[in-house]
Design a protein around this ligand. Structure first.
Ligand code: ADP
Ligand code: MG
Length: 262
C-alpha cells in the first residue's frame, strides 16, 4: 500500500467510514478503467458505505429483536397450509399495518406456522427500518413482574412500548393469573392505536376468559386488540408432525394434529 492509500485509509477510519476504507482502492481502479466521472466514483463509494451501514443496522436489530429462529415469508410453504390466504400475507408483508398502528392476530393449533409467519413479518419490518421486539406472553409478563419487584418497571415497559412492532407469541399456552393478566392489559392499552402488535394464540377468542383468568379483563383486552386488526385463522395439520411423519416416526393413526405436538 502506498503512503497516500495509507493516510486515506486512516482518515476514512477516523470518519467512521469503514466500508469506504475497505473498498476505495478497488473502486478507484475500476473507475479509472471505465473512465467514470469523479462524481460517479464518489457516488458509488457513498453507496457502498450506505449499503454496509444498512446491513449492519439490519443485523443489529435482528440480533436485538429476540426471534426464536430466523425464517422468512419466502420460506413458508403456502401449499401445505391452504387455509391461509397467501394474498393476505403478501398484503401484510407490505407493512401498511405498521404505519397505521394496526394489529395482526394469528390463531391456530400448534405447528401450523403462527410463529414462522410472525417472525417472517418481523424480518420484513426490520428490513424496512422498523424496530421489532419478539416475546412470548409469559416471557413478557414474568419480565414485567420481575422489573416491578426490582423498581425497574417503567424502564422495562419501554422494551415493549418503544418498538414499532411488538410480537407477542404463544398467548394461551399457559394461563395468566390476575396480576399477569392486568399487566398484559396495561401493555395492550399503552400500545393501543400507537404501535402495532402481532399476536399468536392457540386459543380461540371465546377461550380467552380462561387464559386471562377473568372474562371482563379478557374482553377489555380483545376490545382494544381487535379494534383495528386482521385476524388470520389457520386450520390445518402441524408442519412439525408432517416432518416427523415423513421421517417415519408415527403410524398413520396418530397423525391428527393435537396434544402430541407442544
Ligand atoms: P406454531 O404455529 O406452533 O407457532 P411454527 O410457526 O413454529 O408453529 O412452525 C413449526 C415449525 O414448522 C417451524 O420450524 C416452521 O418454520 C415450520 N413450518 C410451519 N408451517 C410451515 C410451512 N407452511 N412451510 C414451511 N415451514 C413451516
Ligand atoms: Mg409458535
Amino acid at each position: 500500500m502506498n503512503i497516500e492509500h495509507e493516510i486515506l485509509t486512516e482518515n476514512l477510519a477516523k470518519l467512521d467510514l469503514s466500508e469506504m476504507a475497505e473498498v476505495f482502492a478497488s473502486l478507484a481502479e475500476d473507475a479509472a478503467a471505465r473512465e467514470s466521472s469523479y462524481t460517479e466514483f464518489l457516488s458509488t463509494l457513498v453507496d457502498h458505505e450506505l449499503g454496509a451501514r444498512r446491513e449492519r443496522s439490519i443485523a443489529m436489530r435482528t440480533r436485538l429483536s429476540g426471534f426464536p429462529y430466523l425464517k422468512t415469508i419466502e420460506d413458508f410453504d403456502f401449499s401445505f397450509q391452504p387455509s391461509i390466504d397467501k394474498k393476505r400475507i403478501k398484503e401484510l408483508s407490505g407493512l401498511r399495518f405498521i404505519a397505521s398502528g394496526e394489529n395482526v392476530v394469528l390463531l391456530g393449533p400448534p405447528g401450523v406456522g403462527k410463529t414462522h409467519l410472525a417472525v417472517g413479518l418481523g424480518l420484513k419490518a426490520i428490513a424496512a427500518g422498523e424496530r421489532v421486539y419478539f416475546t412470548t406472553a409469559t416471557g413478557m409478563v414474568s419480565s414485567l413482574i420481575r422489573a416491578f419487584q426490582e423498581n425497574k418497571f417503567e424502564h422495562r415497559l419501554k422494551n415493549y412500548t418503544a418498538p414499532s412492532l411488538l410480537i407477542i407469541d404463544e398467548v394461551g399456552y399457559l394461563p395468566l393469573d390476575r396480576a399477569g393478566a392486568n399487566l398484559f392489559f396495561q401493555l395492550i392499552s399503552k400500545r393501543y392505536e400507537k404501535g402495532s402488535i402481532i399476536l399468536t394464540s392457540n386459543k380461540s377468542f371465546t377461550e380467552w376468559g380462561e387464559v386471562f383468568s377473568d372474562t371482563v379483563l379478557a374482553s377489555a383486552i380483545l376490545d382494544r386488540l381487535l379494534h383495528h386488526a386482521s385476524t388470520i385463522n389457520i386450520k390445518g395439520e402441524s408442519y412439525r408432525l408432517k416432518e416427523k411423519k415423513k421421517a417415519g416416526f408415527f403410524s398413520r393413526e396418530v397423525m391428527t394434529p393435537g396434544p402430541l405436538d407442544p
